[in-house]
Design a protein around this ligand. Structure first.
Ligand code: GLC
Length: 558
């Protein structure tokens, strides 16, 4: 078994330290606060945390504008706090992935400041410059609402610098071997502080043509293969996760035949899955299954329902893209940004229908590949549209109904982002404390599903197939795993549905693992009896020998 095999059955939870829990009342979440809340994450059942950027930063892009790769923003704690956090997480068997932004730095980074002032310094060539932009390579900017293009003039340097994101995020010159050496040093450094792997931000833009000549690396994937070699040499179980929102057919490239990224976000599945459940029709999910490339043997997908950015819909076919733009979000377009997505949280996409949110989690957690949960979605948090662009979906975690949602004891105005204190998503209505001991709450249901997944080795090791049914609002899939069969049913409709599929084993050797729906077995058929938005996972011994006990954990066979 390889040292990175832990990833196979991992469930990842992503959070931002500065909005998770404030331990010292200064309005900023911090690592000590996160340590206090580790029990909560552990109880939820997740075993890997992806922590978004926490480095010193002017926060013009929520920390994805790094000013120093080797430190912790002092509002969030110290390096020692970070180490203590990874130790405490490891004590609980929880691994930690940190976010590394290598496509660009902040303009505040010392490298850029030196580069602009001193053309002779080695840092000049860390970035990409053009004296005359008329003759320089040109391309589109990733934040079209905010930036006219990819070149900005710097007065001190008297030259233009290249940036695919905001103008305050100059692209690094990945063709410069010294820049790549810097990446390697940074990776080694954070592994030594306790990280178990990294989400590599903007992996796709890192490989794009860049700079005056629009050049790329001779062998682009070598960039990531080298990184993978560095992390494996330092720590054999460390992994790399790619954020590469590229065209479906180009995605396998990022796995480098098993020598680059271990894991990659599945943006294609994300747009289709979340949309399918939102419109109550399974066709987008069937389409995703057709267009997501098979990467068996070279890497794994990371599936998710929502992340901390806009819900990017570009991967949907054109008609569905326009439909999704109109159909979701209550306002006259206020949630729509960057010409490609909604700044809405999951519960809002589903009009606060918590049964639908729970069903979406059931589907996510019962599909193959690695699930990634976004902090706050497990309690059904909403957004604050009055906040600047994607900040709307990045409000503090709602812990209880006390002032500032139990997130902070700070004075009003001091908090990094305000808590949501009005409307149907306010902390008085949506919070952890209320849901913790309520077995019917969304939080309890999501916890139950995470637990169910960990008790189903079929999902990790079994043979997955989609079951054909004669309805377009019910989704069935199954796993064959040795003597075991696991069949999962999901009703996308608001009304009850009955759907049958060929099964085999008699009823007395089947068990319901999780979900409220009913089922019956007759004449070799399994019939799901599902109310609106119900889900149900059924396990059986294929040969009718023995039904596993509820909660029985079967030995993992790798
Ligand atoms: C990634 C991050 C996003 C950030 C961008 C630029 O897409 O998820 O939040 O703005 O990279 O670093």
């Amino acid at each position: 078994m390889s040292d990175t095999a832990w990833l196979e059955d991992a469930t990842i939870y992503t959070l931002d330290v500065k909005t998770f829990y404030d331990s010292d009342g200064d309005g900023w979440g911090d690592f000590q606060g996160l340590i206090e809340k580790l029990e909560y994450v552990d109880d939820l059942g997740v075993d890997c945390l992806w922590i978004r950027p926490f480095y010193p930063s002017p926060l013009r892009d929520n920390g994805y504008d790094v000013a120093d790769y080797y430190a912790v923003d002092d509002r969030l704690g110290t390096l020692e706090d970070f180490r203590e956090f990874t130790d405490r997480a490891h004590d609980r068997g929880i691994r930690v992935l940190t976010d590394l932004v290598f496509n660009h730095t902040s303009i505040d980074h010392e490298w850029f400041q030196t580069a602009r002032r001193n053309p002779e310094s080695k840092y000049r060539d860390y970035y990409l410059w053009a004296g005359d932009v008329e003759t320089a390579y040109n391309t589109f900017n990733i934040f079209p609402e905010h930036e006219d293009g990819v070149w900005s003039y710097d007065e001190v340097a008297d030259a233009h610098y290249f940036h695919q994101f905001f103008h305050h995020q100059p692209d690094l010159n990945v063709r410069n071997p010294e820049v790549r050496e810097e990446f390697h040093d940074i990776l080694r450094f954070w592994l030594r502080q306790g990280a178990d792997g990294f989400r590599i931000d903007a992996a796709h833009p890192m490989l794009m043509p860049k700079g005056h000549d629009g050049g790329t690396l001779a062998e682009p994937i070598e960039l990531f293969k080298q990184m993978k070699r560095v992390v494996s040499e330092e720590q054999s179980d460390a992994i790399l996760l790619a954020e590469a929102d590229d065209q479906p057919e180009l995605l396998p490239y990022y796995f480098g035949d098993g020598e680059a990224f271990d894991l990659q976000f599945n943006f294609v599945m994300n747009a289709h899955l979340t949309y399918a459940i939102g419109v109550g029709d399974t066709w987008p999910l069937h389409r995703a299954h057709e267009i997501v490339p098979d990467v068996d043997g070279i890497g794994k997908w990371a599936n998710f329902l929502r992340n901390h950015d806009e819900w990017n819909l570009l991967k949907l076919p054109e008609e569905a893209f326009h439909h999704a733009r109109e159909a979701f979000g209550e306002d006259a377009g206020d949630s729509w940004i960057f010409e490609r997505g909604h700044r809405l949280r999951l519960a809002e996409i589903y009009d606060n229908d918590l049964d639908r949110v729970a069903m979406a989690h059931s589907l996510l957690l019962s599909l193959p590949d690695v699930p990634v949960l976004l902090a706050g979605d497990e309690i059904g948090m909403g957004s604050d549209p009055s906040l600047r662009e994607r900040e709307a979906v990045r409000t503090p975690m709602q812990w209880d109904d006390s002032e500032y949602a139990g997130f902070s004891t700070s004075e009003p105005g001091d908090v990094h982002n305000p808590v949501i204190d009005e409307g149907e998503y306010s902390y008085e209505r949506v919070n952890v404390a209320d849901q913790l001991n309520d077995p019917g709450s969304l939080l309890s249901r999501v916890g139950e599903l995470v637990d169910a997944r960990s008790q189903c080795p079929e999902i990790v090791d079994g043979i997955y197939s989609v079951v054909d049914v004669d309805r377009d609002d019910v989704w069935l899939h199954r796993y064959d795993h040795g003597d075991n069969l696991l069949v999962c049913g999901h009703n996308f409709a608001d009304e009850p549905r009955e759907v049958a599929c060929a099964f085999g084993p008699p009823e007395d050797v089947s068990t319901s693992i999780v979900g409220d729906g009913d089922y019956r077995v007759e004449g070799g058929d399994l019939t799901f009896e599902l109310d609106g938005c119900d889900y149900l996972w059924i396990r059986a011994d294929k040969w009718g020998k023995r039904a596993p006990e509820p909660g029985e954990v079967l030995a993992l066979s790798r």
